[in-house]
Design a binder for this molecule. Sequence first.
Ligand SMILES: NC(=O)C1=CN([C@@H]2O[C@H](COP(=O)(O)OP(=O)(O)OC[C@H]3O[C@@H](n4cnc5c(N)ncnc54)[C@H](O)[C@@H]3O)[C@@H](O)[C@H]2O)C=CC1
Ligand SMILES: O=C(O)C(=O)Cc1ccc(O)cc1
Length: 364
Amino acid sequence: METTIVICGVGLIGGSLALCLKGQPGLNVIGHSPDASLAEKYVRRGVVDSATTSLREAAEAADFIFLCVPVGVLDDYIRQLSAMDLKAGCIISDVGSTKSSVTDCARAADLKPAVFIGGHPMAGSERSGVEAASQHLFENAFYVLTPEPATPIDALERLSALLRHTGAKIVRVDAGEHDEIVAAISHLPHLIAVALVNQVRKHNETNGLYASLAAGGFRDITRIASSEPVVWRDILLNNRHVLLELIEEWQEEMKRFAQMLRDEDGEGVSEAFRTAGEFRRQLPERRKGMLQSVYECYVDVPDHPGIIGRIATELGSRRINLSNLQIIESREDVPGVLRLSFRTQEDLDQAVTLLEGLNHSVRF
Ligand SMILES: NC(=O)C1=CN([C@@H]2O[C@H](COP(=O)(O)OP(=O)(O)OC[C@H]3O[C@@H](n4cnc5c(N)ncnc54)[C@H](O)[C@@H]3O)[C@@H](O)[C@H]2O)C=CC1
Ligand SMILES: O=C(O)C(=O)Cc1ccc(O)cc1
């Protein structure tokens, strides 16, 4: 018997999930969008087996329904599903970055004979849309499920078994605890990145040197400020109660820094760097976290023609997969520095050994 999987919202996350499941023996993956041109695009790009604009038609045939839409519309989907004739044992899950509100909504809605189990694959990127979907997005990442005491164990096991196709490590976390943790490690950092970029943007209005000199480090630490505005509007508003407390804590932290600067308290400043550095060194390195690890290095390239092509060819011939290559111009007429990005630490390590062996100067 074929297992029918419906994915509502085939964007970055829904599309990546679809790619993990499509083509697996016995699985039929159906995409849903209320927008006919998007439904058609999901099929055209080969991400799903078929697609429909009718939520009822898809949902009533489904064994699994994944809601992969912005957090702000999850409750509406749950309410619509509760009025449909779902299959007995159908599992409804979501991928939203917050878990309390959708879990509360599903508990209050009568979804029987279906079962709701909240989910959050804790990997992603600042990109969005089906174009950015990747079969490898969740590999080695954590995939949080938030079952409740009343969740039938066999449903949890069936969902966990299906999600093994993602290559993620499945962990169970209480929905409220999840929201507190992700607020600190993901939501607040996104908010700070946006504030930081907007601060520089305003300075840049009167002096264009701000943007010119903001290459490299500033670009890297603010990558997440380029995330999808509607998705992030919904996440931040939905988790606002936790975030408002964290923003207060953050402001206190900033005040402490300001005071140390006023007092010219060098010992205090270096102690802050020491404790932060020590904690950061203890963070797991190789597992994908919420904020994606970036496996990158910088290579100084002398100004002679063909060097960039040669580096890419050397890497390719040793099957070291580059995920991105960017030329960072230090002066208008000189190539200067190449930024090489890889998907794994192993690829990065191999590339560094190779390039250093070829007498290139490599930095991180
Ligand atoms: N972006 C990321 O890195 C991660 C996002 N998430 C969560 O995944 C969910 C989807 O986010 P992404 O895939 O990043 O966004 P996306 O923008 O790539 O995809 C969103 C999908 O939802 C559809 N959609 C948007 N508004 C809709 C509406 N009002 N009604 C019906 N469909 C609508 C879009 O057409 C698109 O297919 C969100 O709940 C987000 O919190 C979870 C983990 C990582
Ligand atoms: O771009 C990054 O590194 C992210 O932070 C990805 C991300 C975004 C939202 C999530 O709920 C989980 C992961």
